[in-house]
Design a protein. Structure first.
Lengths: 345, 221
């Protein structure tokens, strides 16, 4: 009898459209739990600046629940910090909060200063240390994932979002220059992460969702830069955009990613009708309403619906909210195993 | 005093300026309104605000997106800056009241909140904008300090929305009469009720519509 694939093989094969023994259960974004934090005796606010703690927490997800992946970091502030922003981890808050960024760092393209050697800047060393530790801990067994922001989303963080949005409508040359600079940063960062040992990278461009800009703006302003990014970073690479993405899914499919990631607001059956069965499509589990507030049965039902609608592999459509119960996380893994079946290339 | 025709022309220009995000036209028409003796409050409500109502609908219909709404808001403010000082202070139609407004802690998305603020300002409310990432204590403190009629809470992420509940509880414990409106993408009427809110709107788009509806009903006062 043939040996079962390792988690890493399963994930990488799926992302490169090769055959897998069964559907992997993994994520490309934050998927750590409070249960994991309690097991380690650490607070969420402590992990963002500490490579060892970051790796230890990421490792709890495959170890406690059987996920096929471990993903770092957990926040979306690394790139903006490289441009000079400060991260607020909410150390003093009693409630668990994801870190946010304080202050805008640029008003114009000229204000955007990209450091030369990223490996030593900001929290890059923390993330690369965490990736390295996960690599050591799991060898070739578990897939180690990481992510970078898309240039448009990063622009909205680094600069006044109102300005970025208005520029996207009024000043295409101006916004293009900004996106060019930021694309360079994101591409470099992806290479640094790959060097550190990451197996797959997700590019998160939620700022360009249809809740913000029109499909036309997506096509004209964002897509050219996203395409450059996706074709310049190490593969396999996933493009993630949340929200109502049906009206831009065809554009997304043309950007050059190895896989697309969507959330529960995307109608996957309609997406499949548009882009066909070939592209690798990841999603679209509601990592908040289902994993946090759902029962085990509703988790199973949601997984089944994702699979029935045509997803290539079930993954949460955003960062998991950490209060997701261990029972639900286990139910997710189990449901994917039960319904995921044997996949063909 | 302007003739009915001239007034209509001016109001149409104001409305069109907002819909077409034409700041120059907004300024021109506002100045003309003053020159022609059109009542400033009427010019704001039946010209600028009426234009914003149309913009809200275009956003709902997914013809306008956030950039267009922002540009329309800029045109509206261009006109409002000129007209607002000319509203007579004791104008009975002008809604007076205080609103405390802010985005809950952990959340930095403020576009929806800013649009709601604008509509309240048009209606004549005094808005105390606490900005983004506002801790619970700050909301309570500000509501008590201002004795505001309305507290508006905004959250654009499901994860920060839960932070509204303790804020609402704390504020109402101190001042049971205050009306709490909540808004942001993840809200639903069910969730709003569970959080203890008196009203809600479910995304930046509906925040504008809800605010416009509030303004419309105020316009009918």
């Amino acid at each position: 009898m043939q040996a079962e694939m390792t988690s890493k093989e399963r994930v990488l094969n799926l992302l490169s459209r090769q055959s897998v023994d069964r559907m992997p259960c993994f994520s490309g974004m934050g998927c750590v739990t409070v249960a994991g934090m309690e097991k380690l005796g650490i607070k969420f606010s402590q992990v963002h600046f500490d490579g060892e703690k970051m790796a230890a927490l990421a490792a709890t997800t495959p170890e406690m629940y059987g996920f096929d992946s471990a993903v770092v970091p957990f926040d979306v502030g690394v790139e903006a910090e490289l441009l000079g922003a400060k991260l607020n981890p909410y150390e003093d808050s009693e409630e668990l909060l994801y870190p946010t960024l304080r202050d805008k760092v640029a008003r114009t393209a000229d204000d955007l200063k990209i450091p030369t050697d990223l490996t030593r800047q900001g929290r890059v060393p923390v993330v690369t240390e965490a990736i390295g530790l996960l690599r050591e801990r799991f060898g070739d067994k578990v897939a180690v994932g990481t992510y970078v922001l898309g240039p448009f989303t990063l622009a909205g963080q680094a600069m006044d979002l109102n300005d970025v949005l208005k520029m996207s409508a009024k000043d295409p040359a101006g916004i293009s220059r900004i996106l060019d600079i930021l694309s360079d940063l994101v591409i470099q960062l992806a290479h640094v992460y790959k060097e550190a040992g990451a197996d797959y990278i997700t590019v998160r461009e939620m700022g360009a969702s249809t809740g913000m800009v029109s499909p036309r703006t997506f096509a004209n302003v964002v897509k050219p830069h996203l395409t450059r990014v996706l074709n310049s970073v190490p593969r396999p690479v996933v493009l993630h955009i949340c929200g109502k993405t049906n009206s831009i899914i065809r554009h997304m499919a043309e950007c050059g990613a190895d896989a697309l990631s969507v959330d529960h607001k995307n109608d996957v059956a309609v997406t499949r009708a548009e882009i066909g069965d070939e592209p690798v499509l990841l999603g679209n589990l509601d990592g908040y309403n289902v994993l946090v507030f759902g029962s085990k049965e509703s988790v199973r039902q949601a997984v089944k619906e994702c699979i029935d609608s045509g997803i290539s592999a079930v993954w949460p459509g955003c960062d998991i909210w950490p209060t997701a119960s261990p029972e639900n996380m286990a139910a997710l893994v189990e449901a994917v195993r039960e319904y995921g079946g044997v996949r063909k290339a | 005093m302007a003739s009915e025709e001239v007034k209509k022309e001016i109001l149409d220009d104001l409305k069109r300026a907002v819909i077409e995000f034409d700041e120059d036209l907004a300024r021109e028409a506002s100045n003309r309104a003053l020159a022609e003796g059109v009542d400033a409050y009427e010019a704001i409500m039946d010209g600028l605000a009426a234009g914003m109502e149309v913009v809200g609908q275009l956003f709902e219909d997914q013809e306008y997106f956030v950039p267009e709404v922002l540009m329309s808001a800029d045109a509206l403010y261009a006109g409002l800056d000129i007209l607002k000082p000319h509203i007579s202070q004791d104008d009975a139609r002008k809604v007076k009241g205080q609103v405390v407004l802010g985005v809950v802690q952990g959340d930095v998305h403020d576009i929806g909140k800013n649009l709601v603020k604008m509509m309240f300002e048009i209606a004549g409310f005094t808005v105390h904008d606490l900005g983004v990432d506002v801790p619970l204590d700050k909301f309570v403190e500000e509501q008590l300090r201002t004795d505001s009629d309305i507290l508006c809470l905004s959250a654009m992420m499901t994860t920060t929305m839960m932070g509204m509940k303790p804020v609402i509880e704390a504020v109402k414990a101190k001042n049971p009469k205050v009306k709490v409106l909540v808004g942001g993408a993840p809200l639903t009427s069910e969730v709003a009720a569970k959080l203890g809110a008196d009203g809600y709107s479910d995304n930046a788009n509906n925040a504008v519509l809800e605010a416009i509806r509030m303004v419309s009903s105020l316009r009918q006062l």
